[in-house]
Design a protein around this ligand. Structure first.
Ligand SMILES: Cc1cc2nc3c(=O)[nH]c(=O)nc-3n(C[C@H](O)[C@H](O)[C@H](O)COP(=O)(O)OP(=O)(O)OC[C@H]3O[C@@H](n4cnc5c(N)ncnc54)[C@H](O)[C@@H]3O)c2cc1C
Length: 415
C-alpha cells in the first residue's frame, strides 16, 4: 500500500532543515518526512563562509536583498529575526560569535558544527530524513493528497514544503528542478533566473587579468545607458586570471546582469580610489608637487595596480602631477574613479553563491509561506525570488522563510 504522511519536505538544505525542525516542534506526533536528492545533506552549509558557515549577520533588513519587493521580504524576515536565529542555534548547542564585519559564525569556526546540530534537531523533532531521494514529480488529484514521486517510488502527503533551492552550486544537488516542480503545481517563475554573488569575466587580454591575486578596496557601480546610477557597492575587489571577484564584485554581479536584461547600454564602472570624488582628485593632481606614482602609493593603491592604471590612462607614473597635460590628467582621473569594465559574462552557477529570480513572492501567502495557486503547498528558501548580499543574508532568508513554512504546514485553513 502507498505510504501516506502528513508533510513531505523536499530539500534538506538550510531552508528545508529549518522547516523540518519547526514543523516537527509545532506539530508533535505528525508524520513528517524530509527528502533530499543528494547523497550527503547540507553540502552548501558545509562549504559556506569558506568552511566556517556565515550563519547570519547582526544587521539584517530588507535593504540587503533583491528580487521580490522589499516590503514583501521584510514581512517574512521579521517573523524570525537575528536574535531568534542566535537563540535557535544556541538551543541546538551552537554558539555564534560576531566578527568585526558584523557576520556571525559558529564559535568553533566549523560549518560542520552547524550542519550536525541541524541534523540532530531534525531527528529530535521527530522528522524522518530520507536520502538520496530525488523528487522528479509532484502531482495531485483534485483536493486529494499530493503524490511525491522519484526513482525510489511514491509517497502521499497532505502537505508539501518545497525547499529545493535554486541553481547555484549544482553539484550540491540544487539544479533548478524545484522550479519545474513549482510550475507543474501552478506557479510561475520570474522571466530571468541567473547566477548571483558570482565572479565576473573580462576579456583575457584585459590588464586587470594580468594582476591576478591582487586585492584592493574599490567602489563598483552599475550605471544605465543614460548615466543613472542603478547600484553601487564598496569593498574589496580581487583581480583574477579570468576577471574580477571579491565581495564588492560578487555583490554587484546580480545588478549588472539585471541591468543587461533591460538596458544593454548599462555599464559597470570601477573606482579604485573610492574615497576620492573625480573633481577632488583632479584638483589634487593639478597641485601635486611630485610624481603621480608617489601620489597613488600614498593614496593606498598597491604598486602593481598603480602602475597598471597609469599605463591604462596613457600616463607615465613618474610624471609630475602638476605638469600633466589637461587631457592626460582627465584620462587618469577617469581611469581611477570610473573605469568602464568590459564584462563578458559571469563564471556561472558553478561559482555562484546564490540564484537571482525564482517563484515570485506575490504567489505566496507571506504569513504562512503557503502557495496561492496550490493550496497545501508551501515554499521557502532560495527557490523564492529573493537573493541577498554577501554576509549571511541568504542563510537568514532560508532560516526565516523555513521557520514560517514549518510553523504553518499543518495549520487548518492555511492550505
Ligand atoms: C559556495 C557557497 C558559499 C555560501 N556561503 C554562504 C554564507 O556563508 N552565508 C550565507 O548566508 N549564504 C551563503 N551561501 C548561500 C546559501 O548557501 C544559500 O542561500 C542557502 O543554502 C539556500 O538554502 P536552501 O535550503 O533554499 O537551498 P539549498 O541549500 O540549495 O538546498 C536545497 C536542497 O534541496 C535538494 N534538492 C534540490 N532539488 C531536489 C529534488 N528535485 N529532489 C530532492 N531534493 C532536491 C538539494 O540537494 C539541496 O540539499 C553560499 C552558497 C555557496 C554556493
Amino acid at each position: 500500500m502507498l505510504e501516506q504522511v502528513d508533510v513531505v519536505i523536499v530539500g534538506a538544505g538550510a531552508a528545508g532543515l529549518m522547516a523540518a525542525i519547526q514543523a516537527g516542534r509545532t506539530f508533535p506526533g505528525a508524520q513528517i518526512v524530509l527528502l533530499d536528492g543528494a547523497k550527503t545533506p547540507g553540502a552548501k552549509i558545509l562549504v559556506a563562509g569558506g568552511g566556517r558557515c556565515n550563519v547570519t549577520h547582526d544587521a539584517v533588513d530588507e535593504s540587503a536583498y533583491a528580487g521580490a519587493s522589499r516590503h514583501a521580504i521584510r514581512k517574512v524576515l521579521r517573523r524570525f529575526d537575528v536574535p531568534q536565529t542566535v537563540a535557535f542555534f544556541r538551543e541546538l548547542g551552537v554558539t555564534l560569535k560576531r566578527e568585526d564585519t558584523g557576520k556571525l559564525f559558529p564559535t568553533t569556526d566549523r560549518a560542520r558544527t552547524v550542519l550536525d546540530a541541524l541534523l540532530q534537531g531534525v531527528q529530535a523533532a521527530g522528522v524522518t530524513l530520507r536520502q538520496p531521494r530525488r523528487v522528479e514529480q509532484i502531482t495531485r488529484e483534485a483536493d486529494g493528497p499530493f503524490c511525491v514521486q522519484g526513482p525510489w517510488g511514491h509517497l502521499r502527503a497532505r502537505r508539501v514544503i518545497l525547499a529545493t533551492g535554486g541553481c547555484s552550486l549544482p553539484k550540491s544537488g540544487s539544479d533548478g528542478h524545484g522550479y519545474r516542480l513549482a510550475q507543474a503545481l501552478g506557479h510561475t517563475v520570474t522571466a530571468h533566473i541567473f547566477p548571483a554573488l558570482v565572479p565576473l569575466l573580462l576579456p583575457a587580454e584585459h590588464f586587470l587579468c594580468a594582476l591576478s591575486g591582487l586585492s584592493a578596496p574599490a567602489r563598483l557601480e552599475v550605471v544605465s545607458g543614460t548615466g543613472q546610477r542603478l547600484a553601487a557597492f564598496t569593498g574589496a575587489a580581487l583581480c583574477t586570471h579570468f576577471g574580477l571577484s571579491g565581495p564588492a564584485v560578487l555583490d554587484i554581479s546580480r545588478y549588472w546582469q539585471a541591468a543587461q536584461h533591460s538596458d544593454p547600454a548599462a555599464r559597470l564602472l570601477i573606482a579604485w580610489l573610492p574615497e576620492h570624488p573625480p573633481e577632488q582628485l583632479d584638483q589634487a593632481l593639478q597641485h601635486l608637487p611630485h610624481s603621480v606614482g608617489r601620489f597613488l602609493l600614498a593614496a593606498g593603491l598597491p604598486e602593481r595596480l598603480a602602475r597598471a592604471l597609469c599605463a591604462a590612462a596613457g600616463v607615465e607614473a613618474a610624471h609630475h602631477g602638476s605638469q600633466l597635460p589637461r587631457a592626460a590628467r582627465r584620462a587618469l582621473v577617469a581611469t581611477l574613479t570610473g573605469l568602464a569594465l568590459p564584462v563578458t559574462g559571469t563564471r556561472g552557477y558553478t561559482y555562484a553563491e546564490v540564484t537571482a529570480g525564482g517563484v515570485p513572492l506575490t504567489e505566496i501567502h507571506l504569513k504562512t509561506m503557503a502557495s496561492r495557486p496550490a493550496p497545501g503547498l508551501f515554499l521557502c528558501g532560495e527557490i523564492c525570488d529573493v537573493d541577498g548580499r554577501i554576509g549571511g543574508y541568504n542563510f537568514q532568508w532560508a532560516w526565516a522563510s523555513g521557520y514560517v513554512a514549518g510553523s504553518s504546514a499543518l495549520l487548518a485553513g492555511d492550505a
